[in-house]
Design a protein. Sequence first.
Length: 104
Amino acid sequence: MDTLTKELQAFLVMMHYQPDRISHQMEHYMEHLLHLLPPDDEEAVLHYFGILGHEQLSLNELAQERSLSPEDMMQQIDQHLRRLAVTPEWQMLKTTEQNRKHNE
């Protein structure tokens, strides 16, 4: 996983484990960013990370729902994150979040 994708992944993990650190506005922006994915892919990411009101599902549960191996499911999630991580939208959101933290 490349650096851009790791940054997005870390942010999504933080959204799950430390939701109080994410502003309502940033949550809203992330919701729109995830809409860039096809609906099934978006749902997989939402459930994998358990964010934006979605129940967190294990990799095995997600894989089973889609008739995939856990390894193939993880590879798909990584690909979805990579597609989002290289968008100008994520780069703008990342910069906005970094600036917000810097100003705190």
